[in-house]
Design a protein around this ligand. Sequence first.
Ligand code: GLN
Length: 259
Amino acid sequence: MTVALVYPELLGTYGDSGNATVLVQRLRRRGQEARALTVHADQVVPATCELYVVGGGEDLPQELAAAKLRAARPLHRAVEAGSVVLAVCAGLQVLGERFAGPDGRATDGLGILDCVTERTGSPRAIGEILVQPAAEWAGQGLPVLTGFENHGAVTELGPGCRPVGRVIAGVGNHDGTVEGAVAGRVWGTYMHGPVLARNPCLADMLLSWVVGSLGPLDDTEPEALHDERARLGSLERRLGGPVQEASRWARLRRARSGQ
Ligand code: GLN
């Protein structure tokens, strides 16, 4: 299994490249072979990987990445062949039909996801986000997802894709109602974190689309982080601002290091 990390120097804000590490490590911990293939911006993106990770980015690098991916069409070919793609924030926007370029003007995306992203003058969405996954995924055991969002543009979905789920706290695609854009095996989300470190269940779901069902792992630490973030996200929503609380995650780390 090869996980391609696409142009991390252009699309890799907030540690999104870590998503590739999480995917590879979760397979290796189960004794399966996996490797991450970092494809730099001056390299050709192969169309034959099983899984692709595309991260978030600022407006100008995002436009550059889109131009390259439009020209060579590796993601189009990979998706047609059944590869799985995780696209975060600018990644989601780039995979859509159009997005807002650095000057705010409409820029062509890849047209892999049926969605359009533009600037509407609404304030930049920054902060913790909690999402209740749609029934299809919740029914498979996917819990509430937690992440961090930071985007200036907003996304409207067309009929060809559906949201990841309903926003419990935060902004999501547009107005605090829904988050993400999913079509087939392409999972677009506004969640940084990295999202797969925050939500190992999501990592396993994407992996299972490639390798089939997976046995359990000891996820004590990421589950503690997940639960802390979920509590914090709800609290921030109720208080309408950032909250500082003694972190269960930090306590766990201190306990582990014997301090
Ligand atoms: N540049 C895009 C926006 O601001 C995406 C930001 C991101 O990837 N964090 O909407």
